[in-house]
Design a protein around this ligand. Structure first.
Ligand SMILES: NC(=O)c1ccc[n+]([C@@H]2O[C@H](COP(=O)([O-])OP(=O)(O)OC[C@H]3O[C@@H](n4cnc5c(N)ncnc54)[C@H](OP(=O)(O)O)[C@@H]3O)[C@@H](O)[C@H]2O)c1
Length: 285
């Protein structure tokens, strides 16, 4: 955990009503949290109005509906490419820093070893393409901006995978979960702490990966959730992705290498399994 870090002078969290934004505000309540109704990141004048020199903007705003993006391309690109470009241009002009959150979906998802920040991108979805365009726009428009890719983020409430497993454990005898996609389940709390630490490190590399460490399949994660809840993990049944046909390809491999993050002297993120224990403990406490 990243327990000790000096808070930056003024932290502004965009997309503050979302999963990650809420968690950052929980850990850093002194920061300025702006939900979509308070700040639309595609609105340059509105963005200019909230920026002050020396502020650090943590951009958590995004269009994250992966399936819907396939048929809603303009909306996905507006939030994920145009918005970050506006933010980056405005931050550069105002003398503010920008930390922009991105995703493993910028990669093809077909590797078998962890993706490094400099590995070739190649999104297989509209969502991934829109996020890649956002990364590129941010890096081009702001010489000091930093991009942090993450993956498989959960807080356990409101519809993420862990929340869904908590609900299905109550509602069903058995749950069938795909066992052929590999990633690093990432606690929103751990990711939020990591981003807060990065907000004090303008010297760190411009593209970084941040997830909890280790790898698991969705089936492994579901088994772990059931175990944590005191339920019989044998009620979780494995299956292949072919059992859940989808128009949108899902990456079979989403593991992001922490090497650049760790080499920068940033606190290594812990293994996904104790992070899950803590996240679920907080919800039941
Ligand atoms: N969750 C994951 O597993 C995961 C994995 C990899 C990367 N990420 C990245 O992590 C970041 C945070 O994701 P999240 O899970 O917190 O997503 P989220 O829960 O969907 O939150 C995103 C927030 O952004 C808001 N938003 C959309 N368009 C906006 C705009 N134009 N201006 C201002 N706000 C806008 C959304 O508001 P509305 O709901 O009103 O649209 C929502 O509150 C994103 O960059 C995402 O790509 C997430």
């Amino acid at each position: 955990m990243n327990a000790d870090f000096p808070a930056p002078a003024r932290l502004i969290v965009t997309g503050a009503g979302g999963l990650l934004g809420r968690e950052i505000l929980r850990l850093a309540p002194e920061s300025v949290g702006l939900g979509r109704s308070e700040l639309d990141i595609t609105d340059r004048a509105a963005v200019d109005a909230v920026l002050t020199p020396g502020a650090v903007v943590l951009n958590c705003a995004a269009y994250t509906a992966v399936d819907a993006a396939e048929t809603d391309r303009d909306a996905a690109f507006a939030a994920n490419a145009t918005g970050p470009a506006v933010l980056a241009t405005a931050c550069a002009a105002a003398g503010a820093r920008l930390i922009h959150v991105s995703t493993d979906y910028v990669f093809p998802g077909t590797a078998r070893t962890p993706y490094e920040p400099g590995d070739p991108t190649g999104p297989a979805t509209v969502y991934g393409a829109s996020k890649l365009a956002g990364e590129q726009a941010v890096l081009a428009a702001h010489p000091g901006a930093q991009v942090v890719r993450t993956a498989w983020v959960y807080s356990g409430v409101e519809g993420d995978f862990v929340a869904t497993m908590r609900r299905l454990e109550r509602e069903r005898d058995t749950v069938t979960v795909v066992n052929d996609q590999l990633g690093s389940p990432t606690s929103a709390a751990d990711l939020a702490a990591a981003l807060l630490e990065l907000s004090t490190r303008p010297d760190a590399p411009r593209v970084l990966h941040a997830t909890n460490s280790g790898a698991a399949t969705w089936f492994d994660l579901a088994v772990a959730v059931f175990t944590e809840l005191g339920a019989d993990p044998a009620r979780v049944l494995p299956c292949d992705s072919s059992s859940f046909p989808s128009r949108t390809p899902r990456p079979s491999y989403s593991v992001l290498s922490p090497a650049a993050w760790n080499a920068a002297g940033l606190t290594p993120l812990r293994s996904w399994r104790p992070a899950l224990t803590d996240a679920l403990g907080r919800l039941s406490g």
